[in-house]
Design a protein around this ligand. Structure first.
Ligand code: ZN
Ligand code: ZN
Length: 380
């Protein structure tokens, strides 16, 4: 029962208006929010959709004088079944959020000419398509071009997208009169539902095209040249506008999204456009200093390890990292040297180290990290 007391946000707060806001103020505020959070403008964004529903619901209540009065008096309880104001005429109203959405849809269509309901409902945008592409680590760094084959709905050539055999024009749906929707009254609301006879297309094909069965489109293979730019990362999405499915009845095509999956490198790790790796060195190398050859993504490079280098010291090779995406310049390669302590020693190594140990001792006393870097202080 943990969800029983979820607090609803005040409708006035949802619409960011004061409690004495005029109808016009409500409408203006609502219009602004609805435009901002409309699902068409925020595809795949559940948060926006939630906001959108929230402000639709709030406007549905506050734009109706009777409901607004009830809300002002009882708050959300006015619309909850079983709430303190159970038995009031608006009981169950909040459960009608879907219906409000329908009302809203009409309002929205009229007010902003969006949502498409006032246009021919036959027209449908094609679906977006997703293609997952796996790249080698180096391909993400340097870019890659590849042709991919996708299967998508395209206009049926045989009926030229009309859905009717012999190019015969479809007739207007007799059930909905071509609107694609039928309306009926449900409580306070006039509810629109997709016409079941024509499936919302508003038309009926008397003699359906045999190739597409009146669907207007058929599945076809299509080739797209994907150009992965240098510097992409895991989950980068490349959008190809209009390369998704063809729309229905002249509707716009959807988009194609190529979503990238980048394989790991055997030793480089990415941090943005910088590359990191760890290079083991021996204690003599660290103490005496040395020059090391290291493999980069673009050939070999040299690192000068100075005398007295501590384990964990980082060396930055400028410009040896990943190219900035769509920009000039590159990140750096950061090499961390770590002194490797041998797990096994030969007899002579052990002897030599013992001798060394007698001449070189460290004060085994706790010290702060900052002081530890001033190494000369800890050697006695
Ligand atoms: Zn056809
Ligand atoms: Zn119909």
């Amino acid at each position: 029962m943990a969800t029983a007391n979820v607090t609803k946000i005040d409708y006035y707060e949802v619409l960011t208006v004061s409690r004495d806001a005029s109808d016009q103020e409500l409408k203006t505020a609502y219009r602004k929010l609805a435009m901002q959070h409309h699902p068409d403008r925020n595809p795949d964004n559940p948060a926006a959709e939630e906001k959108f529903k929230e402000c639709s619901e709030a406007y549905g209540i506050l734009s109706d004088p009777e409901k607004r009065a009830a809300y002002d008096r009882y708050g959300h309880a006015a619309f909850q079944s079983g709430g303190p104001a159970a038995g009031n005429p608006f009981q169950g109203g909040a459960g009608g959020a879907q219906d409000l959405g329908d009302i809203f849809g009409d309002l929205f269509g009229e007010m902003f000419n969006m949502g498409g309901q006032k246009k021919s409902s036959r027209v449908q945008r094609g679906r977006d398509l997703r293609y997952d592409m796996t790249l080698e680590f180096e391909e993400a760094v340097f870019g890659r071009e590849q042709e991919i084959k996708i299967r998508r709905a395209e206009i049926c050539d045989d009926c030229k997208g009309s859905g009717a055999a012999n190019g015969k024009a479809p007739i207007t749906c007799t059930q909905c009169g071509g609107r694609g929707q039928v309306r009926y009254q449900q409580g306070f609301f006039s509810v629109a539902r997709t016409c079941s006879v024509c499936n919302g297309t508003g038309t009926l094909v008397v003699d359906a095209c045999k190739t597409c069965r009146g669907e207007t489109r058929v599945q076809k293979d299509h080739t797209v040249l994907v150009k992965v730019p240098a510097g992409v990362e895991q989950d980068t999405r490349i959008r190809y506008q209009g390369e998704g499915e063809t729309g229905k009845f002249g509707g716009p095509a959807g988009d194609l999204y190529v979503v990238l999956n980048v394989k790991a490198h055997k030793f480089f790790e990415r941090d943005g456009d910088d590359l990191h790796c760890v290079l083991p060195i021996s204690f003599p190398q660290a103490a005496l200093g040395t020059e090391l050859e290291i493999e980069t993504l673009e050939g070999m490079a040299t690192i000068k390890v100075p005398e007295g280098t501590q384990s964990g010291k980082e060396f930055k090779l400028r410009g040896k990292g990943v190219p900035h995406l769509n920009e000039h310049g590159k990140g750096d390669l950061i090499v961390e040297v770590r002194v490797a302590v041998p797990g096994k020693l030969t007899k002579s190594q052990r002897e030599l180290l013992k001798q060394l140990g007698e001449t070189m001792t460290v004060d085994n006393l706790p010290t702060s990290r900052g002081l530890f870097s001033k190494v000369k202080d800890i050697f006695s």
